[in-house]
Write a protein of this length. Structure first.
Length: 293
C-alpha cells in the first residue's frame, strides 16, 4: 500500500514540476519539491532492493534509504515553508523570518544526517550478519529526531494560522493556507507515531510507518499546487464571469489609498459656497488601487 502512495506522490511531483514550468513560475518551493522527488526515487528504489538483497547490496541499500528518507521529509518541509512566502503578501520582516526558519530547518536536517553517518560508520560490526543488515538508532538520536520533527511541524502549523489570523486575505488565499495547515498536521501525526515506534522498537510497524511518512510527505508537498489547479479548472468551468482565466495562485491584496491633488485656494475661495464645497470635495476623493503580488 505504501508503494502505491509513493508512486502516486512521485507522479504528482512530476506533474507539479511540469505544470509550474509551463506556467513560467518555477520558484524556490518547486526546486525543493524537485529535491524531494530525487530523494524519493532513491528511497523507493533502495527500499525495494533492501527487501531482496543481502550482503554488500543490502548494506548499500540500507545506507541509501537511511539518508534519503529524512531528506524527503525535510525537503518537503522546506517546500511548504517557501510556499507561504509565495501565496501571502509578506512584509520584509516576515520574509526575513521565513528565510531564518529555512536556515534552521537546513541545520536540523544536517544535524540528523551527521548523527546517522557517525553512528552507522564509526562501528561497522553490524555489517557482519547473515540476516538483513539493520542497526537501530540510539535513544538520544531518536529523541533528537522526534524533537526536531515536532518543532518543525509545529512551526509549519502555527505560522499559517498566525498569518490567517492577522492578515486580511482573499478567501482563496485563506483556503490555500488552510491546506498547508491541514497537510502539516498529517505529517506531524505520522512523525510522532513513527517516533513512538522507534522508542518502543516495533521494527515491523516502524518500517511501515517510515514508508508511509515518505509517501505522504510527497503527496503533501504537491497538495497546494494541485488544489490551486483544481480551483482554476472549476472556476473556469463555472458561470462566474468575475473570475479571470488569468487568475493565478499569488496573493492579490486590495487596499484603499488617497489621490493627492493640488488645490488652487484662490479659485476655491471664489464663487458661491456651493461651488467651493463641490471643488473641495472633488479634490479629496480617493480611489481604490489594486496591487498584485
Amino acid at each position: 500500500v505504501s508503494s502505491v502512495f509513493m508512486v502516486l506522490g512521485l507522479v504528482l511531483t512530476i506533474f507539479r514540476l511540469a505544470y509550474r514550468i509551463w506556467l513560467g513560475r518555477f520558484w524556490v518551493e518547486d526546486a525543493w519539491a524537485g529535491v524531494a522527488f530525487l530523494c524519493g526515487v532513491a528511497a523507493f528504489t533502495s527500499c525495494w532492493t533492501y527487501t531482496k538483497a543481502v550482503g554488500e547490496k543490502g548494506i548499500i541499500s540500507f545506507w541509501v534509504y537511511s539518508f534519503t528518507f529524512p531528506s524527503v521529509v525535510w525537503a518537503v518541509r522546506q517546500s511548504i515553508l517557501f510556499s507561504i512566502v509565495r501565496i501571502v503578501y509578506t512584509t520584509q520582516h516576515l520574509r526575513r523570518l521565513i528565510f531564518c526558519l529555512a536556515g534552521l530547518f537546513l541545520g536540523l536536517w544536517a544535524g540528523l544526517v551527521a548523527q546517522k553517518a557517525w553512528h552507522y560508520g564509526h562501528n561497522t560490526c553490524w555489517y557482519q550478519t547473515t540476516r538483513k543488515v539493520h542497526i537501530l538508532m540510539t535513544q538520544p538520536m531518536i529523541m533528537f529526531e522526534l524533537i526536531t520533527d515536532c518543532l518543525s511541524d509545529t512551526i509549519l502549523i502555527i505560522l499559517p494560522l498566525r498569518l490567517l489570523w492577522s492578515l486580511r486575505l482573499p478567501k482563496r488565499q485563506k483556503r490555500m493556507i488552510l491546506a498547508i495547515f491541514s497537510s502539516s498536521i498529517i505529517v506531524t501525526i505520522i512523525s510522532i507515531f513513527r517516533g513512538v515506534c522507534q522508542i518502543s522498537k516495533y521494527i515491523t510497524v516502524l518500517a511501515l510507518m517510515t514508508d508511509f511518512e515518505t509517501a505522504l510527505s510527497l503527496l503533501v508537498c504537491n497538495l497546494l499546487v494541485i488544489v490551486t489547479l483544481l480551483y482554476r479548472i472549476i472556476s473556469s468551468a463555472g458561470a462566474d464571469d468575475s473570475i479571470s482565466i488569468d487568475d493565478d495562485d499569488y496573493t492579490t491584496r486590495i487596499t484603499t489609498g488617497g489621490v493627492f491633488t493640488t488645490v488652487d485656494l484662490d479659485n476655491a475661495e471664489s464663487g458661491s459656497g456651493e461651488q467651493r464645497s463641490s471643488r473641495i470635495q472633488s479634490t479629496l476623493q480617493g480611489e481604490k488601487t489594486v496591487n498584485t503580488v
